[in-house]
Design a protein around this ligand. Structure first.
Ligand code: NAP
Ligand code: G3H
Length: 461
């Protein structure tokens, strides 16, 4: 059996190892999920929901253990790691509540001309079958459970492929779901590198639905290989914070800095560029600098840090390339631009222009470019020029302007006077363009992973 060793990004210590599964081992796990589907979907919803409540309780009971592992495995600070666990428990409970509140409907035929009311459709929702849940490294508990719980509670079984970095957390999460009372096969875990087992699993004939969160690169690759299998995908982003002339600049700066640099910007929803009206740019930068100087930078093993070492040397090198490119092409470094190994200091660039990579690429690291604009229309145009369309923020004191801009932005969510962020988790969450396919959010996730079934009765016989 081949193994993959998992090392901590914080101190390079060996945390454990996972199986690098062969095709036969993957088949076995998918087979178990397929077999379990028929009995799991017949279990009354109230009982499936009870298992979810139990799983949430177990998560809470294991908060410290999971948060410690999260910190070591994906380098999160203790506070964020703890909140990821508690947020996930809330998510699972809300999922069970929501599943119980989704009802079908009946439709009488005579609402359509030429048909009688004796023809009635009963519209219900059915699970889709075996859901393949693939999660990214940055929220190994939350972005796994936010696929697993809505899929399970609706009667699907799940094959879960955690990100390799994050898989120890993923395996612990799956154990807690099992301990909560899931029958054998309702949730199985496949491990191994996506680059090795990914193609095999996404094209597996017994997978009925793929719920993927990760990079646009891998998402595009999967969507090009899969045929007639529905996809739910949350991918990369380049979220813009648009700051209008009348914005409360101090407030905007606080929001933007928190949004851009927490967990070193390793969040899909991190603020990844600022588009500011040039009349107020200097003043905004003044406040941004003050806020950035307040950030705690360091290793979560030693300090409760906002800016932490990046997940890998490769990730840090990539962000560094973007910084170098911006410097070379004449961007003005406001603060940061230094590095100690994988720890990059929070970096702010002014006077970024469209020829610079940082204007368009997702760094997934602590670097934030400012593009000055002359008009609101120019800000909207630049925002929409991105290949991504996850979220945007608009900062202004004028709600009419805010709605005007929001209406023009090609993104899944617009935040008015707020940083970009996913939560609360029952809000719809989606990306357009290369940021995703379909909609997550608790009710939306359940709806996505169930299909409508109409049973039509003819009383007129
Ligand atoms: P990633 O490299 O795309 O990996 C995501 C998942 O896909 C991992 O489980 C990975 O497994 C797997 N994978 C890799 N190659 C695969 C293949 N050929 N077929 C099937 N699966 C494959 O992303 P990441 O670095 O973990 O996460 C960062 C990215 O995710 C960023 O772009 C970020 O914006 C995005 N993200 C988006 C959201 C959102 O909701 N929109 C949320 C979080 C993150 P291995 O780990 O084994 O390679
Ligand atoms: O990385 C993507 C996560 O879905 C972001 O969630 O906005 O709550 O940090 P968050």
């Amino acid at each position: 059996m081949q193994e993959i060793k998992i090392f901590s990004p914080l101190d390079n210590s060996l945390l454990g190892s996972i199986k690098s599964m062969s095709k036969e081992e993957v088949d076995k796990e998918v087979g178990k999920a397929k077999e379990a589907f028929y009995s799991w979907k017949e279990m009354p919803l109230s009982q499936r929901a009870d298992i979810m409540y139990k799983a949430a309780d177990l998560l809470v009971a294991n908060t410290k253990k999971l948060a410690d592992l999260l910190m070591m495995e994906v380098g999160k600070d203790q506070k964020s790691a703890t909140s990821e666990v508690t947020r996930t428990a809330d998510f699972i409970r809300f999922t069970a509540d929501t599943a119980k509140s989704i009802h079908g409907e009946s439709i009488q035929g005579d609402t359509f001309s030429g048909f009688s009311k004796e023809k009635i459709a009963m519209v219900t929702r059915e699970p889709v079958g075996v859901v393949l849940a693939i999660s990214p490294f940055n929220y190994p508990i939350n972005l796994a459970a936010s696929k697993i719980a809505p899929a399970l509670v609706s009667g699907n079984t799940v094959v879960f492929k955690p990100a390799t970095t994050g898989s120890l957390c993923g395996i612990e999460l799956a154990k807690l779901f099992m301990e909560a009372g899931l029958p054998e096969g309702a949730l199985t875990v496949v491990t191994g590198k996506g680059s090795e087992i990914g193609d095999y699993i996404v094209t597996h004939q017994d997978i009925n639905f793929i719920n993927f969160t990760g990079s646009t690169e891998v998402g595009l690759d999967i969507s090009g290989k899969v045929h007639m299998v529905p996809l739910l995908m949350e991918l990369g982003g380049k979220d813009a914070a648009i700051v209008l002339k009348d914005a409360d600049l101090e407030f905007a700066a606080k929001n933007i800095v928190a949004g851009a640099f927490s967990y070193s910007g390793q969040r899909c929803t991190a603020v990844k560029r600022i588009l500011v009206l040039e009349d107020v740019a200097d003043k905004l930068i003044h406040y941004l600098k003050i806020e950035i100087e307040k950030l705690k930078v360091g290793n979560p093993l030693n300090v409760q840090a906002d800016v932490v070492p990046l997940i890998s040397e490769k990730a840090a090198d990539f962000v560094w390339e973007l910084i170098e490119d911006a410097k070379q092409k004449g961007a003005k470094l406001v603060i940061g631009g230094t590095r100690e190994g994988t720890l990059l200091y929070p970096t702010l660039f002014d006077e970024v222009t469209e020829d610079m990579r940082i204007a368009w690429e997702e760094p997934f690291g602590p670097v934030l470019p400012i593009l000055r604009v002359k008009t609101v229309d120019e800000a909207v145009k630049l925002a929409n020029k991105s290949e991504y369309g996850l979220q945007s923020s608009v900062f202004t004191e004028n709600l009419t302007d805010a709605f005007h801009v929001a209406g023009k932005l090609e993104v899944g969510t617009v935040h008015i006077n707020n940083k970009t962020e996913r939560g609360p988790d029952h809000f719809p969450f989606l990306g357009v363009k290369k940021s995703g396919i379909g909609t997550q959010g608790i009710r939306y996730s359940i709806e996505a992973m169930t299909r409508v079934k109409a049973t039509v009765i003819n009383l007129n016989r």
